[in-house]
Design a binder for this molecule. Structure first.
Ligand code: COI
Length: 358
């Protein structure tokens, strides 16, 4: 109660002098141009006290150069979206799944877990404090980035002596250039891998995303939107795209690679699997040979940031396969995109109980 009052007073003080936000909602991109003004920041005070945190102004964090996360990468994150819906309210989408994935990641990287109620409370407070950054219905979303990292100093390789959990946000539009449903061009990577069995591919660890930067940059320079990685044992099966999961469609069969530890267990991935089953598709989580993908009817990618992105072409060892003419979204991806966003925007019933009002 006292904390809530302090937050209210702090917010009133910080809003004074802040000019009313002026955002061109029709031209949002996926960047920090319109970051929220407040973030939730908590520190770990040991098993007896747990996490203690509050809202504060979005701004720099103070860290020693010896902070574990800066030196050894003890850092995980989540990606979530809050949307303004057809019911004129703001909702999150399946936040308990993000909370659970962050708990799994904390265990994998030897960090204290953030309990589900602490995680969801931090996200809700961040959304409420920055509600004016939630775009109007259909114009984008408030992207929320919860971060958990070893902030304490350490020299020898060991877990950090202290931890920070931060949640910040920004108003965003489509992830890939050209708009949400513009088909993207992907290239299959033949040399580098994103993850290996027994590694951290299934964890939302910051380092997984740095590991692909060099490859992604090279692909971008050749005009590709992103890269598809293959399994590191045989170089034959699809794994994941740098920033999203991948689905392959042939007739009424929809396949995505199984969660064997090298693939991120995406919230959107899981939602699309359920929606596709509900539509009566034959849905399979099984290894997909790259040659099968090249012969498929269509391919699409899924993720919180990308939502559902149709793939216009896939290039493998110099051969380019175009799907659906390469310019218009392909039908199955489009249908499932419609199903998913109708729920997220509360334009249809929430059959699965996925929507979480803030
Ligand atoms: C997300 O989809 O939310 C992610 O965290 C992926 C990131 C590369 C933007």
């Amino acid at each position: 109660m006292r904390g809530q009052l302090q937050a209210l007073l702090r917010r009133a003080a910080s809003t004074q002098g802040r000019s009313k936000i002026d955002i061109d909602w029709d031209n949002l991109s996926f960047n920090l141009d319109h970051h929220g003004q407040e973030m939730f920041c908590a520190v770990w005070n040991g098993p007896a006290k747990g996490w203690e945190g509050q809202l504060q102004d979005y701004g720099p964090l103070s860290l020693m150069p010896s902070a574990q996360a800066l030196n050894y990468g003890q850092s995980i994150f989540e990606g979530m979206k809050a949307r303004r819906t057809a019911k004129d309210r703001i909702v999150l989408f399946r936040p308990e799944m993000n909370a659970s994935r962050m708990k799994d990641g904390a265990r994998r990287l030897c960090m204290p877990e953030v309990p589900q109620h602490t995680f969801i409370n931090a996200v809700e407070e961040t959304v409420r404090a920055n509600s004016e950054y939630v775009p109007p219905l259909g114009k984008g979303a408030l992207y929320i980035r919860p971060l958990l990292f070893g902030s304490g100093p350490i020299l020898g390789l060991a877990p950090a002596p202290s931890y920070t959990f931060v949640t910040y946000c920004a108003a965003v539009g489509s992830y890939f250039k050209g708009g949400q449903l513009k088909p993207i061009d992907l290239v299959v990577e033949n040399k580098f891998h994103r993850a290996a069995p027994g590694g951290m591919g299934g964890t939302k660890a910051a380092g997984n995303y740095s590991a692909v930067l060099q490859i992604q940059r090279a692909a971008n320079a050749k005009g590709f939107a992103d890269v598809v990685y293959l399994d590191c044992k045989t170089d034959a099966y699809l794994e994941e795209v740098s920033a999203c999961n991948i689905f392959v469609v042939k007739g009424r069969t929809i396949k995505t690679p199984p969660l064997t530890g090298t693939i991120l267990p995406g919230v959107t991935r899981d939602s699309i699997l359920q929606l596709a089953r509900k539509r009566g598709y034959d849905v399979k989580e099984q290894p997909i040979p790259v040659v099968e993908a090249l012969e498929a009817d269509e391919i699409f990618t899924t993720g919180t940031a990308v939502v559902v992105s149709p793939v216009g072409s896939l290039t493998h060892k110099g051969k380019r396969r175009v799907y659906g003419g390469g310019v218009a979204p392909t039908p199955v991806g489009l249908e499932l995109y419609g199903d998913l966003t109708a729920i997220q925007n509360e334009q249809t019933g929430d059959h699965f109980g996925w929507v979480h009002p803030v």
